[in-house]
Design a protein around this ligand. Sequence first.
Ligand code: NAD
Length: 344
Amino acid sequence: MIIEECPHAGYEQVFSCRDEDTGLNAFIAIHDTTLGPALGGLRMYPYRQSADALTDVLRLARGMTYKSAVADLPLGGGKSVLIGDPENSKTEAVLRSFGRCIDTLGGHYIVAEDVGTDVADMDMIRRETTFVAGTSDSGGDPSIHTAYGVQQGMRAAARTVFGRDGLKGLTVAVQGLGHVGMNLCMLLSLEGAMLTVTDVNPSLIRQAVAEFGAAPVDPAAIYRTECDIFSPCAMGAVINDQTIGQLRTRIVAGSANNVLAEERHGEMLAEMGILYAPDFVVNAGGIINVAEGLNGYNRARARRKVAAIYQTMLQVIELAGTRHISTARAAVVLAEEKLTRSNH
Ligand SMILES: NC(=O)c1ccc[n+]([C@@H]2O[C@H](COP(=O)([O-])OP(=O)(O)OC[C@H]3O[C@@H](n4cnc5c(N)ncnc54)[C@H](O)[C@@H]3O)[C@@H](O)[C@H]2O)c1
């Protein structure tokens, strides 16, 4: 096994991990440990090139620093990516050799699940290292908590935009019906919201139509769907130069990480009068739950902390208003202020 440090400006440590015997090919990025050990999920994806995997892990690790800071967690930001198709190359040998890599970092980085990995994978990694969260005995699947947090963020945004408590009667367009998206649809439909949904997997669309009475649309049509809230719950960078002009919504609030292709898209949304609920503010429910599991899991306490995303979102909106900046920028300011404060 080869663990090679590949320094990157602005990051504490970045590692390339390879193991010819098992086929492991991964990166681990530790962005910032000011507030505590870097905790962030392991993403498994068939990246076309190593450079794409590295770009992804760097962006995601930085987002984790901000996410934990804004959520007041005693954690830093880190992330890992495993190059490969989770459907056919996620073997016990790969996961266990990745676990051994993490173990050599001595707790600077703690892994959890992300796209392409799940609770069973964390249990497997646990056989090689204790620096793993989101296992079956410590809170389990974070996605229901992520969905609950997104719902709280939506409520805060709806209160600001529509002056109403709750989401009853509002139309929400959900992009991506995976672990988070489907749970979110359930929570929203229980609350009386109306749903328009899409996914690249037609069977998931059929499920949402059958279970929640959702209106189906093709993946490309979701951006121009008339709605009160657009909720990206699939991949990142979906608000970009091609899509932004198509939006017919008042709020953007979803679980996907790195929703904005570039920072300037946050300013553009603000100029268009669309309230953006920053991704790392509203999708923190999963990590809040995972962090709770590190110190003896208490479901009620975890849920209370996730519910606080409502207040955090209102705080971001207020900061944006008083400083005349976009909510996207305000969330970064809030995170950086918390990091700076803890340095003094
Ligand atoms: N799982 C969590 O707790 C959590 C926490 C924080 C952030 N996130 C982020 O939320 C997003 C969703 O996470 P998840 O765990 O539900 O992942 P998932 O893989 O279970 O679901 C993603 C879904 O999006 C669909 N999809 C992919 N491309 C699409 C496209 N172009 N149009 C429509 N649908 C598309 C997939 O078919 C899949 O059903 C990811 O960006 C993830 O990083 C998840």
